[in-house]
Each structure stands twice: as structure tokens, then as C-alpha cells.
Design a protein. Sequence first.
Lengths: 483, 320
Amino acid sequence: MSSRPALPAGLRLDARKARSLQQPLRPAPAPEVAVLSLDQGSGEAAEPTVAVGTRVGIGTRVARAVGTAASDLHSSVAGVVVAIATRLTATGLGRCISIENDATDARDPALAPLAWRALDGITLLDRLRGAGIAGLGGAAFPTAGKLALARANAAGHLILNGAECEPWICCDDALMRERAADVVLGGQVMLAACGATRCTIALEDDKPEAAAAIAAAIAAAQDGRVELVELPAIYPLGAERQLIEAVTGREVPHDALPPAIGVVCQNVGTAAAVARFVSTGEPAVTRIVTVTGSGVARPGNLEIHIGTPIAAVVAACGGYQDDPARLIVGGAMTGRSVSSDLVPTTKGINCIVAATLADVAIRGPEMPCIRCGDCATACPARLLPQQLHRAAQADDRDALTRLGLADCIECGCCDYVCPSQIPLTARFHAARLGMQLHDAERRRAIEARERFERHERRLAEQAEAERLAFEAARRRARGADPK
Amino acid sequence: MQFQTAAPPHVIAGFTVPRVMWQVLLALVPFAIVHAWLFGAAPLLQLGVAAVTALGCEALALRLRGRPVPQFLRDGSVLVTAALLALSVPPLLPWWLTAFGTAVAVLLGKHAYGGLGQNPFNPAMVGYAVLLVSFPVEMTRWPVPGPPWDAVTGATALDALRTGLGQSYTMQEIAAGPAFGRVGARGGEWLNLAALLGGVYLLLRRVIRWQIPLAMLAGLAVPAVVMHVIDPGAYAGALFHLASGATMLGAFFIATDPVSAATSDRARLYFGAGIGVLTWIIRSWGGYPDGVAFAVLLMNLSVPLLDRYTVPRIHGHRGR
């Protein structure tokens, strides 16, 4: 066990985790209808491989990844596909596969444990891809894709992210306390898959129970490649680039991914999902979710079937109490506020908060920036939020680029400390969308111009060809005419 | 069930601009009390005149600019300006001069530039500087501190030092004069102690950060020590400088005004050090007895430059 230097910036926040950590991890009942969003949180949808009426078991594949950001999707219940339609999800409107649970809990007969030690890395990556394992830390990016990139870059260091730095979220803490062996096993499988030689399980020093459990599991595994590192509990330590800096002392270049410096980062929950897959054959159909907030009666960490509507998860926690005002998916700093509890859970949802007015900050009227610089002190990316804000208000795209808008990780630290209560993160998010829109528009304009020029050129060439043909015909006609 | 939505983050620290300003006012209380102890009711009357003028000017300016008057009046920033000015001027300054200085501070120093957050200069120091250059006699006539308050005015310690050195007295002879106390100016040393106390409170409450005050005190003390060692007969020591004039008020309350100060930590070190050195230069070689106000204004001028050259390296980028 070693300790490392703290992050240069960041915040110490009220963790708000104690209430949901009082009870041990408990399973949530399977939903009557599982709603599987084709986009599980990564921003890219998978392609359905079933149709309405198809009968599926637990673990049957229902959608296949087509791009690089989507992952294969499997049914979390046994039953019949009843709809494939566009619905409201936590990330907006998206296509979902609804499967009516027939309560038989029949597993797909093809599922079987994996003798992973006998497999080579490439095959193992293929199997992980087929199991739909995706980043359970929130990004839901396909694990196999990340590991494959690490393999291609010969990244030697796997970091398992147990730094759950955001207030309210504690599903990884609960997981590490109770299933530390799975985390270590998952780390070993990932090492085999990506070819790394060292696995660091990183968590913060405010999780002594989890640290003890992980340390015991490492000792039991007798694997010298796996180590535990405890870091100071400073938000946003769990952000990938920040964690990598805290563990290795090196920064990931802004225009590259972690394998560029020989590192690959995975969530501890993902590692546990990998362990479950190799030991039972079950693909990614469940995950652990923290359900908390003053607006929920019995908070806790629940193992849910992916696709269970949030309302059903909350019902499994005794339902609502004290008139919750805001339903948040994710943590206090970056969580998305959703308008309806009918949205389904996905691989990317790690926390559900039914927040009362007392839980959330109601902002006062926005005041002008007083240049106090607290935002710059708090910013883990070392940006100057006050100057970014000025540039965003002036819509000065050059300044936004120069000041590093693209490097903003939208962690909310600047927002949190701002005495003028300026919604900086939301402004930066909007500015970023504006820039993307602007870039897309410019690209479209350039493409349109090129298309037009090509068209003109083609017309000109055609006219020229016709003219030549006509003249040639005329010459031929003249020559043929014996006048 | 339906819910309202809001953008993250869902929690904030809630340390708002009004709270910052009221904390500063609270930290000024010991200073005001020592002021009253040294000079009687006069400083309190100055505070009253300045506060009323400042609120009136602020309300007027906000109305003219079409801004929500109650929201901005409540932020307390104009009261900080008023208090700093009122506690910097001589207690027996005619009230209309205090009112004039305050009006200049609020209307020209602050609102002419766009109000809260926009002023490049510290408004209180703008008001002070205008008063000092326009009414030098009234602005340098300080009563002898301590009861009985019999309205006898004499030179301040910094003044006596300047005149004394000009008339070829030695430091030792000057320091034996009536304007001097144990380590600094008579009375002034208590004022500086009170300002230091308030400043430490602000540091502990994290209303201000250490960079500017510490750099300013160091910027003042280092040249003072060096020159005092080289020529003790012609230069006062560091302790005298630290305990006289507006040193502590300047370091903790005036130079730390976030709006007109540099923003990054590194730039703040330069900013504070610049104020300290300039203060020492003006005190030692300049035409005015105290230099804090001019030093602050001069460094305010250099803030854009400091900010430009201290942009931190963004995470994941190479040095620029």
C-alpha cells in the first residue's frame, strides 16, 4: 500500500454516502417489463437482432454493436419482446427494446463459464465484446474496445478505478466491500485480455472498509501484479485523466487517450462484471445502483436488472417520501436531472437520487463575476473559468479554443465555488455544443461548396465533350458530303 | 412521477458575493473600534457619511444603468468601498470632502466602468487618490491619537519621518518624536494590529487568500530591511513600515479586492509584491508620506499584463 501526492486542485465535498451504505447490498426484483435502451449511455445505439414476438432468456443477445461506442445488449429477463420503439430515456429520446418478463427466469442455454486462462488475449477481448461488458462507471464505453486499444499500444498498466468521488454515489464502495474477490479476478482477466503487466486498484482514503476488503482479496489471490493504492478523497479524483495523474504522476496528453502513456483505466464495477461473466457465463445484464436522497424511504445499494424503470427501482427502496423535487441520475456534481421516473436504467446509470429541495442547491440570482479566481483554483484541468465565461458570453470562439474549452471535463468544481452563482458548467456545455454546431455547419458549407464546384466542373466538362462531339460529327458530315 | 429538471452541479458551496462582502465588513470592526478609541467619534461619523453617500450613489447609478437596485444594493460591495475610504481619510476631514471622495469612488471608480466586477481600479483608492491630490492639506492633517481628543493636529509618523530626514535629522532623533509609538506610528501601530487581526480572520474564513497580503508585506519589508542595514540613519526598519500608515489595511483589505487584483495565484504574488515595493519606494523617495493608495492603483494598471503572462498550463498540454 502506498500513498501518492494529492491532486493539485479539486474540492473536498460532503460525501452524503453514509445513509445508503447502512444496509448491505441487496437485489432488486426483476421488472415486469425490462426496457433496454439501445444506447446504454455511451451516446451510440446498438442494432436490434430481435423482433417483436421473439422469445428470449436471461442473457440472450437482443442487439449488436455496430459502431465503436455501442456495446452488445442482452436481455436481463426471460420473456417475449413486446415492443421496439422510441421512448424517453435518461439521455433523451432513444429507441428501446421492451421485453415482458414471463417470470420463469430461464437463462439462455448457451451461457457457460469461460476457461479464460486458456484463451489468448485477442479471443478473450472478443468474448468480452460479445458479453456486452461496458464501462459501469458511467460512460458505458465498451470495455473490449478500450482494452483492445491498450493492447495495440502495448500499455502495461491497468488502473481499476474505485475512486468514487462524487457525493451520493457509493455503488462501487458497496461492491468493493462485499465482492472484492470479483474485482481482483476481473482485474486479472483484463490483464490477460489487454496484455498489461500491472494492475493498480485505486480508491480514496475515505473508504477504509472497501480498502481492507480489496487488500484481503489481493492477498488471497496471491498475484504480485495487483496492488492497492489509497488516494486522498478529493473531487474529481475519479475522473479518468485526474486519476491517472494521481496514480502515475503523469498527465495524459490532451489530444491522446490513456494508452498513449501506457495506461488503461477501467471501473471496479466493470471488473466485477467481467469476473461474473467468466465465472458464470452471464453477460452484462445486471449492475449495482445507489438509490439515495432524502426523497427515498429506504436508501441503499441495489443490484438491478438493466432495463428496470427507475420508478420500479425506487419502489424497491420503499418508494418516495418527503415530496422529492428533483430526480437525478448520477451524482451531485455531474448527474443528469430527468423529468420522469419511467426512464429505464442502463449500464451507465450508477446512482439514482430522489432529491428534496433541502438536498439540492437553489441558486440565488446570478451576480457579475468578481474575478475572485476561486474557479481557477478549483479547476482540476487548470483552466481559467472566469475568462472562459467572458469568452462564452462574447461568443468569442478563438478565445474559447485558446482558453481550452475542449479540455473542460464539466466536473462542476468552478460552479460549486463561484460566489456569484454563475452556472459556469452549463454555460461551458452550451458553448461546446455551439462550437460543435458551428464546426458542423462550416463543414457542411465547405462540403456544399465543393459539391457545387464539382457539379459545375462536371457540367463544364460535359458541355465541352458535347461541343467536341458535335464538331467531330460536323467534320465527319462535311467530309462525308461529296460537295 | 414527473420532476423539474436542472443543470448540474446540483450542490454548490453557497458562499455568495454578499456573504463575502459582509465578512469583509465584519473583519473591519476591530479596525473601526481602534479608530474610535484613538480618535473619538469622528471616524464613526466619517463612516456614516461615507455609507450614506455610497448607498445613495450606488442606487442612483444602478437606476441610471437600468439594473435591479435592491439585488445589487444588498450585495454590500458599496459599503466595503465606503468603509475602506472612511477609515483611510483623516478623522477630522470635513464631511463634504468624505462625501465627495465617496461619490467619486462609487460613480467614477466603479459604475463608470460597468459596476460590480468591472472596475479596473480599486474604487476606494480612486476616491482616496482624488481627495489626496485635490486636497493635500486637509488629507494629511491627522489629529494626535489618543484621548483627550482635543483636536490638536500634528504630523503622522510617516510625515515626521519624511520631513525629519529632509531636515537632516537622524532616524534616532526622529523616532524619539511625539508621532512615534513603540515600533511604528503612535496609534498607527494599534490600527495596523487591528487590521492584521481582521485580515487573519478573513484568511481563516477563506474570504481572501494568502498570496496578496503576504507578498505585499514581503515586498515592503525586504527593501526596508536591506536599506536599513545599508544605511540605518536614513531608512526606517521593516517593523516601522509594517506597523505604520495603511500597511495592514492595504495588505489585507485593499490590495485583496478581487475585482481589481490579478486572478491567478502566481500573478497575485507578483501583484502583492509590486504593491509592497511601490509602497516602500513612495514612502522612502516619493512626494507623499504614504504610498499604499498609489501603489495599489499602479499595480491595478498592471493586472492585465500579469494575468496575461501567468496563464497556467492546461492539464495534458505541453508548456507554452
